[in-house]
Design a protein around this ligand. Structure first.
Ligand code: ZN
Length: 458
């Protein structure tokens, strides 16, 4: 059988490079925007991404209960600055939006430096960088500045102006859905709440939009949903509003931090060896000899919401650096210079490879799942026995053990380390012997043109 994978062109350097170059242009365009978990910066960013791919926008009202959380008031900023004792603006949000503590409440006040200091944040270990700090869930105000700026502030009276609004409004997120032959859906999530930070996560937003755009030109077997939403509260809001769709997800990936020079890093789902885990581990290792695979932990990005015990989905994460892993993380030094075109090319190739594999991986179910079925009586196992099973016999055992309706031949091959052609051949043998059956789209579509499907029992 020769099926050509979706996004095949993007799996190779020649196809991925122009997309990476376009991603860099997009990053440059969205980088200056002041984003947060709510507000006009998010809408403005989605406007720009919508030029690449049609996005359906959702506005969820402040105060909406989403599981154990509540959608916060909407935050917008007109201006924010500090005027020093000499009457000059020493810090100005217009020069760099990281200067303002994200989600600062409005303030107009005069105070001496000593009273101002607890509201000022700097990075003594990197005296020329502005830190990125947020205060989403506690009413607070503050400014972030370089340590050099902080040390140069003279004693005296300061004027503080933060002209922001925290008011009933909404949380904005967007989706791009690509309908495949089957309703079985795979989800790609990226966070859109970080302001002027290039790798975290203008890189993820740009790549996800361009990947979705590339996919609209494909005819995928599975359906895909790209979700652009703020971190944590955004994914929790999405899950609360799409609970049934979430539970039915085939799998998903949280993507971000795709442009720095660290190796590709795949973080396993909570269940560790699901279909996406097997396929993504293999894909990142094929594309980057230095690739890392890390175990699940309940910290990081939005994978942890999809992997919370109430959902426990087959949901992994693809990044290069992890959160907090590079010096420039959450500071003004996470800028365009940190992004590497070759790294973006490689990230795009990996994502195309993963999605291409997911799309081709027809899931299988063992029809004799209680104990190992007897292969010998069907002529599928040597009667005399040897020291070890032959590779083909080994492939049969792997398939029968893993075919619980959530795995397919491609990811079972990846998990077993056996050659894929051999595992596919063993799968065909077991299908012919009616020991395995296909389950994708069971009960949803009348399966199937090529006759290789069999209706699952549900
Ligand atoms: Zn971050």
């Amino acid at each position: 059988m020769s099926e050509s994978p979706i996004l095949a062109g993007l799996q190779h350097d020649a196809g991925a490079r122009p997309v990476a170059a376009r991603a860099l242009e997009l990053v440059r365009e969205i980088l200056p925007i002041c984003r947060s978990i709510t507000g006009n910066g998010v809408r403005q960013t989605l406007d720009i991404l919508s030029r690449e791919v049609p996005l359906q926008r959702f506005e969820i009202a402040s105060g909406t209960q989403v599981f154990d959380w509540e959608v916060p008031p909407e935050w917008n900023v007109r201006e924010a600055y500090l005027i020093g004792p000499d009457g000059k603006r020493v810090i100005d949000f217009r020069r760099h939006n990281l200067h303002l503590l994200n989600y600062s409440v409005p303030v107009r006040a005069r105070m001496p430096l000593a009273q101002l200091r607890p509201h000022l944040y700097s990075l003594p270990e990197h005296p020329d960088w502005i830190p990125y700090r947020t205060s989403y869930w506690r009413e607070q105000w503050g400014f972030c500045l370089t340590h050099r700026q902080l040390e140069a502030l003279p004693e005296g009276e300061y004027e503080v102006v933060i002209d922001s609004t925290l008011a009933p409004g909404s949380l904005t997120y967007a989706e791009c859905r690509i309908r495949g032959e089957l309703d079985d859906e795979f989800l790609i999530f990226t966070h859109i709440c970080h302001p002027s930070l290039a790798n975290d996560n203008a890189s993820g937003m740009a790549v996800a939009a361009l990947l979705a755009a590339a996919m609209t030109g494909c005819r995928p077997r599975l359906s895909y949903r790209f979700v652009f939403a703020p971190a944590t509260i955004g994914s929790i809001t999405w899950l609360a509003r799409n609970e049934a769709a979430a539970r039915a997800l085939r799998g998903g990936l949280s993507v971000g931090l795709l442009g720095d020079s660290a190796p590709l890093t795949y973080k396993r789902s909570r269940r560790a060896n699901t279909e996406i885990d097997n396929l993504a581990c293999a894909a990142v290792r094929e594309i980057d000899a230095a690739a890392r695979v890390v175990d699940f932990s309940p910290y990081g990005y939005d994978e942890r919401q999809f992997c919370s015990p109430g959902f426990d989905l087959p949901f992994g994460r693809l990044t290069r650096s992890s959160n907090g892993e590079y010096a420039e993380y959450h500071s003004s030094a996470d800028d365009l210079e940190l992004l590497d075109l070759d790294a973006l090319v490689q990230s795009i190739r990996a994502l195309a490879r993963i999605l291409g594999r997911v799309d081709l991986n027809h899931r299988l179910r063992n029809r004799y799942p209680c104990g190992e079925p007897r292969l010998g009586k069907r002529g599928l196992f040597r009667s005399t026995g040897g020291k070890n099973p032959l590779d083909f016999e080994y492939a049969l055992l792997w398939l029968l053990n893993q075919a619980d309706g959530t795995h397919g031949a491609l990811d079972i091959a990846a998990a077993s380390g056996l050659p894929e052609a051999l595992v596919r051949q063993a799968a065909d043998t077991l299908l012919q012997a009616e020991m395995l059956e296909y389950v994708d789209g069971a009960g949803i579509h009348s399966l199937k043109q090529d006759g290789r499907y069999r209706r699952g029992e549900k």
